[in-house]
Design a binder for this molecule. Structure first.
Ligand code: UT7
Length: 322
């Protein structure tokens, strides 16, 4: 690839978590579960749950603000804001417009993307395309969720698995070897009833609650994630041995371990935050990315693979030279 290729480079990352952290033991006081079951089946120890004054947009704004500070730019420099979320503040307007107004980026392009847990990968791909064709110089790509508001707190099979949070990155157009090298996205609507919400603005007129056939989702996740990882690495012309870090969607530690095993990938190359954040849907990949950037594991020049799979089903992966 020529050094003059226009690419989308990550210039800053940020994240935000609600104030209240809830342990498995705290949950066991509300539903029929145990710390032992949750840790053994999922690897989750804690999740953060939004209080009444914390919303998807407030978390998104905090994460975006930190990412912009890390990138050394201000709201006026942003040309595009995409918020990946399945839990927008309201059915409309797009949460991205609320974020835009708070950041002082008024006038730029702003919209939401709905691809549930893969939303951040979908948003990343759209932003990358707009940057590469030259219509955007600086983009904010945000994953933000308050899944606690769509959980059925009587259903122990789902309510223990999810948490709230947000992660954000600033992407900027640069010429060179760094940046997003390849992205692959997929969806298969034949499985849209394995993980869904039983309500909606256009059907019941209510928000609904999350429903999941966990065991079937698990099986599909391992197959789809390992195949899209191979596909995207092929497209980037890279081998799995050259990858420094895989930054996966954080649904279940067993899915991360099984996928790494299927790909012959050393488990210590996989960034794991599921123990501290649980499954934060579209926020989980940028939250994990920001965690590993700020604790010094991910360094300039590292080869990263971001990947996710979620309701729809939707899934995708991206290869990035950081
Ligand atoms: O983000 C989108 C992608 N989402 C995912 O990737 C989630 C994928 N699925 C999973 O992570 C796992 O399937 C779960 C963690 C959801 C469930 O683990 P599992 O090993 O597949 O358990 P299971 O659903 O087959 O349930 C096993 C047992 C059942 O009891 P019986 O029928 O064997 O007596 C459940 O009733 O565990 C029971 N169980 C619980 N027990 C204690 C289910 N939830 C709980 C709970 N505490 N919270």
């Amino acid at each position: 690839m020529s050094a003059s290729t226009r690419r989308s480079v990550i210039k800053g990352t940020g994240s935000a978590l609600p104030r209240t952290r809830v342990s498995n033991a705290d949950l066991a006081k509300r539903v029929d579960t145990t710390d032992e079951w949750i840790v053994e089946r999922t690897g989750i120890k804690f999740r953060h749950i939004a209080e009444d004054d914390e919303t998807t947009s407030s978390l998104a704004i905090e994460a975006a603000d930190k990412a912009m500070k890390a990138a050394g730019i201000s709201g006026a420099d942003i040309d595009l804001i995409i918020v990946a979320t399945a839990t927008p503040d309201q059915t409309f307007p797009a949460t991205a417009t609320i974020v835009q107004d708070a950041l002082g980026s008024n006038g730029c392009v702003a919209f939401d993307v709905a691809a549930v847990c893969s939303g951040f990968l979908y948003a990343l791909s759209v932003a990358d395309s707009m940057i590469r064709v030259g219509s955007v110089q600086n983009a904010l790509v945000i994953g933000a969720e308050t899944f606690s508001r769509i959980l059925d707190w009587e259903d122990r099979g789902t309510c223990v698995l999810f948490g709230d949070g947000a992660g954000a990155i600033v992407l900027a157009a640069e010429q060179g070897e760094n940046g997003i090298l390849a992205t692959r996205l997929h969806a298969d609507g034949a499985h849209n009833q394995l993980l869904y919400v039983d309500g909606g603005a256009g059907t019941t007129g209510t928000v609904g609650k999350l429903r999941m056939k966990g065991r079937e989702v698990f099986r599909h996740a391992v197959v789809n994630l390992s195949s899209v990882l191979k596909e995207v690495l092929d497209e980037a012309g890279e081998s799995i041995d050259n990858v420094d870090w895989v930054v996966p969607h954080q649904a279940n530690a067993r899915i991360l371990d099984a996928t790494a095993k299927k790909l012959n990938l050393a488990p210590e190359k996989v960034i794991k935050t599921v123990d501290m954040h649980a499954n934060t849907s579209a926020a989980s990949v940028p939250l994990a990315l920001d965690t590993a950037v700020r604790d010094g594991r991910i360094k300039a020049g590292d080869l990263l693979v971001l990947e996710a799979m979620g309701g729809g089903f939707t899934w995708g992966a991206s290869v990035i030279r950081y």
